[in-house]
Design a protein around this ligand. Structure first.
Ligand code: GLA
Length: 512
């Protein structure tokens, strides 16, 4: 009995001693001052938060860890300095290219004062980071991807979608009153009659999720269902935007892990169109996994039984035109973002030639939304934009403020003869048939044996360009109509000469 209790006491003493040794050892390893999960929280105008997480591990003169700026997740690849002043560089692979960020900072009491620049020439943005619980802001685990199968065609978008999208003009300033007044304008200014139908809200409508995981709208959009009802009451349809990743491009809540639930929410709200933007998904998946990721939402939309146009936005990576239709896509972006600039618009528009075979009714190449009327191009340049998008069978999504455009811009957007080319029911995307320096002729085969011909002059000076019937691979008698002057033009059996303004276009419809 006595021996047993002596044994018990020595065991307890041993345990206490062990504990003390462990405590001394761990005190010796107490984390260095920069180690920890640091967060910068700034408030957007819509009440949502923008977060940057600096998850740092200081090891003497070396800092490792991760930097998460909304949807971007970087690994710290270089560091110098310490608590009194440090610089860290984060890098991530985005498809095949490397992105980098750099932060400078120092510890001030319990806070980390940091600064970063978007571009080297910019002034630094100063921020204050505070300690956040370990794990906050960490990336979620990767969900397993489904096996690929062919998503049945939803039967929508037999001609390229027409409508409006908020991003090019309004970016994060889009809100419910703006969308309503844009719908009012479209319903009353002749655009609706010309075929424009969708009013699409782009990024920045989202908030977080409720306790049951339902996606919430932020305070710019108090009632999405009521907004959809309003847009529908005008005879128009409502579109929305999201990302397959945890975050969207602007850093808002994405659909990750909630795809079916969000599709059901969109359907319940009365949404008719979804633009689904890769952005935040790049932190979890590779480009090669895009088809499976996009298929999840393709299936989810079909399952709602509501007709919802499915627009893929992943900037043309992995030759999306080859698989976009199989994952249920009605259209797929073929390039990076357009800007309201002649360079940007022509670089995108004139590079679409080889993609023509992939466009067909229900499934379109999308060289991005229109910039017509946003102010940084001339009206001749905007006519080139409209004509080229018509030849390309591209979606016509106006991106300007429909409430305040000039009559000239409205006339460009509603030119019914050019729109008829865009909406031709054969759905054959046009191609370049002739080029000489800055001059190009593109044609598009139309139903009923007609041919749309666009003569582009990309030079800075006007030019006289002649169209030879042989270049168009045509012979015999044709009637020609000018789709911008709305007149029949004299057409000979061999050649037609026309003067084309600088950066301008002459567009014709040839019929027998
Ligand atoms: C990406 C898309 C744009 C727009 C923004 C929104 O850049 O390509 O069209 O949707 O995201 O954040």
């Amino acid at each position: 009995m006595k021996r047993k209790s002596q044994l018990g006491i020595s065991l307890i003493l041993l345990l206490i001693l062990g504990g003390m040794i462990a405590a001394i050892v761990s005190a010796g390893q107490s984390p260095e001052p920069l180690t920890g999960n640091w967060v910068v929280r700034t408030q957007n105008n819509d009440g949502t938060l923008r977060t940057t997480y600096l998850n740092l591990k200081q090891d003497g003169a070396r800092i490792t860890g991760t930097i998460r700026v909304t949807q971007f997740f970087y690994h710290i690849s270089e560091s110098t300095g310490g608590p009194d002043g440090f610089t860290i560089t984060g890098s991530m692979m985005d498809g095949k290219s490397e992105r980098k960020v750099q932060y400078e900072g120092k510890l001030v009491g319990d806070e980390l004062h940091v600064s970063t620049r978007r571009r080297p020439q910019d002034n630094p943005t100063q921020m204050v980071a505070v300690r956040a619980p370990a794990g906050e802001g960490a990336l979620p685990a990767r969900n397993p991807l489904p096996a690929l199968h062919k998503v049945p065609d939803n039967g929508l978008a037999r001609t390229p979608p027409m409508g409006w999208n908020s991003w090019n003009k309004f970016a994060s300033r889009v809100d419910d009153p703006t969308v309503r007044s844009i719908a009012d304008a479209m319903a009353s200014n002749g655009m609706k009659e010309a075929g424009y139908l969708y009013i699409n809200i782009d990024d920045t409508w989202e908030a977080g999720r409720d306790a049951r995981g339902n996606i919430q709208t932020n305070k710019k959009f108090p009632d999405m269902k009521a907004l959809a009802d309003y847009v529908h009451s005008k005879g128009l349809k409502l579109g929305i935007y999201s990302s397959p990743g945890p975050n969207t491009c602007a850093g808002y809540e994405g659909t990750y892990g909630h795809e079916e639930q969000d599709a059901r929410t969109y359907a319940a709200w009365g949404i008719d169109y979804l633009k689904y933007d890769w952005c935040g998904a790049r932190t979890l998946y590779t480009d090669e996994e895009m088809p499976a990721v996009y298929q999840i939402m393709g299936d989810a939309l079909l399952k709602t039984k509501r007709p919802i146009v499915y627009s893929l936005c992943q900037y043309g990576r992995l030759d999306v035109w080859k698989w976009g239709a199989d994952v249920g896509g009605n259209l797929w972006r073929t390039t990076g973002d357009i800007r309201d600039a002649w360079d940007s618009m022509t670089r995108i528009g004139f590079s679409q030639n080889d993609l023509a075979p992939w466009a067909k009714p229900g499934h379109w190449n999308d060289p991005d939304m229109l910039e017509i009327g946003n102010g940084a191009m001339t009206n001749d340049e905007y006519k080139t934009h409209m004509s080229l998008w018509a030849i390309l069978a591209a979606p016509l999504l106006a991106g300007n403020d429909l409430r305040s455009m000039s009559p000239e811009i409205l006339a460009i957007l509603t030119n019914h003869e050019v729109i008829a080319v865009n909406q031709d029911k054969l759905g054959k995307q046009g191609q370049r048939v002739w080029q000489s320096g800055d001059q190009e002729i593109w044609t598009r085969t139309l139903s009923g044996g007609a041919l749309a011909v666009a003569v582009f002059n990309r030079a800075n000076a006007p030019a006289t360009i002649s169209i030879k019937l042989a270049d168009l691979k045509l012979d015999g008698k044709w009637k020609a109509r000018d789709l911008w002057s709305h007149q029949t033009v004299p057409w000979s059996d061999t050649e037609y000469s026309t003067s084309v303004p600088a950066h301008g276009v002459v567009m014709l419809n040839l019929s027998r």
